[in-house]
Design a protein around this ligand. Structure first.
Ligand SMILES: Cc1cc2nc3c(=O)[nH]c(=O)nc-3n(C[C@H](O)[C@H](O)[C@H](O)COP(=O)(O)OP(=O)(O)OC[C@H]3O[C@@H](n4cnc5c(N)ncnc54)[C@H](O)[C@@H]3O)c2cc1C
Ligand SMILES: NC(=O)c1ccc[n+]([C@@H]2O[C@H](COP(=O)([O-])OP(=O)(O)OC[C@H]3O[C@@H](n4cnc5c(N)ncnc54)[C@H](OP(=O)(O)O)[C@@H]3O)[C@@H](O)[C@H]2O)c1
Length: 446
């Protein structure tokens, strides 16, 4: 029997488990599947942890989620085609849920069957090699401090790529008297109440952490961008300046001459694609981009078609794109998809990478990833979902952000799966301090 290893039980690993389950329900004979997960529960980044640094076994903590995190895109853009929000919650909910609500939703569809039995929790994959016909995986059972070796025909890498921080150094950091941390270790904006905070970076973490610190009472927030400013209309108390030059004591000096007293510096400088467990010839090496090279259809490792990667792209689309990838990967494993010859593969990868390199603005990037996801969707029996509506939603959402970065999360969108329209949330995001599932779902709380 074919044996498949899935590494990681985050959203991508769960999509993979679900894809096999759906084939089995249709009466197809599926391979033997083992999923390795180094945390003690599933859900990946959405399984919030207070821990930073290493866990109780000395293993690096993969989690980068923080308290009070709300979805930064409309939930209608990430909805599963085979499990709608309406089905999970029983009635329509607002478009921008907090973490706990999304976590509940992600787990809802996998909890129903017996998928959890396929996951080996607290098992960290430490080595993967390929020997002629199959993979040898070494994993560490962290609880019992016991290494095991197994062989598999296929390996699916779904370990995420927002867990290992990229940490640059700036002059003056060694003698800076305040706190320096990376967004990976940011857990609670309350910590920065009354403080002068500098946030470095110009992407989603910088945007959201700056606004979180502002929302929870930071004295001032100064964002230092490197290449391009985000350029939003920031609320009073938040400003965006050009690149940190150096620190002198507790003063941050920026390239544009701006000076700011600072208590804490939060490096929102992104993450590394880091796969220390993969042997060199199997290792994807890329920056965070919309089409990492060497992956046929963004999934199949060009040099070994039995190695599949999920979710390695920079992400506008998330959960339903992961599903499309997982359904495609499943059909590769079950030999329902025919992988073309090397020159076709090369041509296909080059086509996408060349298009990606020409993208200039968010609308074009949304179009690009929508086209990619639509193509994948057409290659499997993943259920019907209106990606044209999702494309439209993403563009509208981008424009809402430009209009007002403080209010874009108060808008409502319609479902590309059920057509239902989201209600407006009872509390505007700016003043919603309680992000619990209970409060969020209590729509009578108006
Ligand atoms: C702060 C933050 C906020 C985000 N907010 C949003 C949002 O609002 N909306 C959205 O759609 N997306 C958001 N994302 C994007 C996020 O990437 C996806 O939502 C999703 O979590 C990706 O799923 P994944 O399975 O690829 O990776 P992950 O969620 O990272 O899961 C990977 C899993 O692999 C496990 N693992 C790693 N290495 C090993 C190993 N060697 N052995 C065994 N197990 C291993 C990890 O423990 C983890 O459980 C956010 C990301 C971050 C960092
Ligand atoms: N739900 C939410 O609200 C929320 C919150 C946070 C994160 N997220 C998700 O988390 C994921 C990761 O986002 P991310 O922002 O952490 O990573 P990212 O999108 O990869 O962005 C990395 C940023 O780091 C900057 N950078 C790199 N090196 C730098 C340096 N030396 N000095 C200054 N800046 C530097 C880059 O700037 P250049 O552009 O100049 O290269 C870029 O702006 C995304 O999927 C995002 O959606 C979601």
């Amino acid at each position: 029997m074919t044996k498949v290893a899935i590494i990681g039980a985050g959203p991508c690993g769960l999509s993979m488990l679900r894809a096999f389950e759906q084939a089995e329900k249709k009466g197809e004979k599926i391979p033997e599947v083992v999923c390795f997960e180094k945390q003690d529960d599933w859900g990946g980044l959405w399984n919030y942890s207070w821990r930073t640094g290493s866990d109780q076994y000395g293993d690096p903590v993969p989690n980068s989620m923080y308290r009070y995190l709300w979805s930064n895109g409309p939930k209608e853009c990430l909805e599963f085609a085979d499990y709608s929000f309406d089905e999970h919650f029983g009635s329509p909910i607002p478009s921008f849920p907090p973490r706990e609500v999304l976590y509940d939703y992600i787990l809802g569809r996998v909890k129903k069957g017996n998928l959890k039995e396929k996951v080996r929790f607290n098992n960290s994959v430490v080595n993967v090699t390929y020997n002629e016909n199959n993979f040898e995986i070494t994993s560490l059972d962290k609880k019992n401090d016991k290494f095991s070796r197994d062989t598999f025909d296929y390996v699916v890498v779904s370990t995420g790529h927002f867990s290992v921080p990229f940490i640059p150094e700036y002059p003056g950091m060694k003698s800076f008297p305040g706190r320096i941390l990376h967004s990976h270790d940011f857990r609670d904006a309350e910590e920065f109440r009354g403080k002068n905070v500098v946030v470095l970076g110009s992407s989603y973490s910088a945007e959201d952490i700056a606004l979180q610190c502002h929302k929870y009472g930071a004295k001032s927030v100064t964002i230092g961008y490197r290449n391009n400013p985000m350029g939003f209309k920031w609320p009073n108390g938040v400003k965006e300046v050009h690149y940190l030059d150096k620190l002198e004591g507790n003063k941050a000096i920026f390239k544009d001459g701006h000076k700011q007293e600072v208590d804490a510096i939060i490096l929102c400088t992104g993450y590394l694609h880091h796969f220390p467990f993969l042997t060199e010839s199997l290792k994807l090496k890329t920056r965070n981009r919309l089409y990492p090279p060497k992956l046929y259809k963004g999934v199949v490792w060009q040099n070994n078609h039995k190695l599949l990667y999920l979710g390695m792209q920079d992400q506008f689309h998330t959960f339903n794109m992961f599903d499309c990838q997982a359904w495609f990967a499943r059909d590769v494993v079950m030999e329902k998809v025919k992988i073309p010859d090397n020159s076709e593969i090369e041509k296909d990868i080059n086509k996408w990478v060349t298009m990606e390199e020409k993208l200039e603005n968010p609308d074009q990037m949304i179009d690009f990833q929508t086209e990619y996801t639509k193509e994948l969707h057409s290659l499997s029996d993943y259920p019907k979902i209106d990606f044209e509506l999702i494309r439209k939603h993403f563009k509208e959402w981008e424009h809402h952000k430009v209009e007002n970065i403080m209010t874009y999360r108060n808008k409502s969108f319609s479902s590309a799966v059920t057509g239902s329209i989201a209600p407006i949330h009872h509390t505007a995001w700016e003043s919603a301090m309680d992000d619990s599932l209970k409060t969020f779902l209590n729509q009578s709380n108006k």
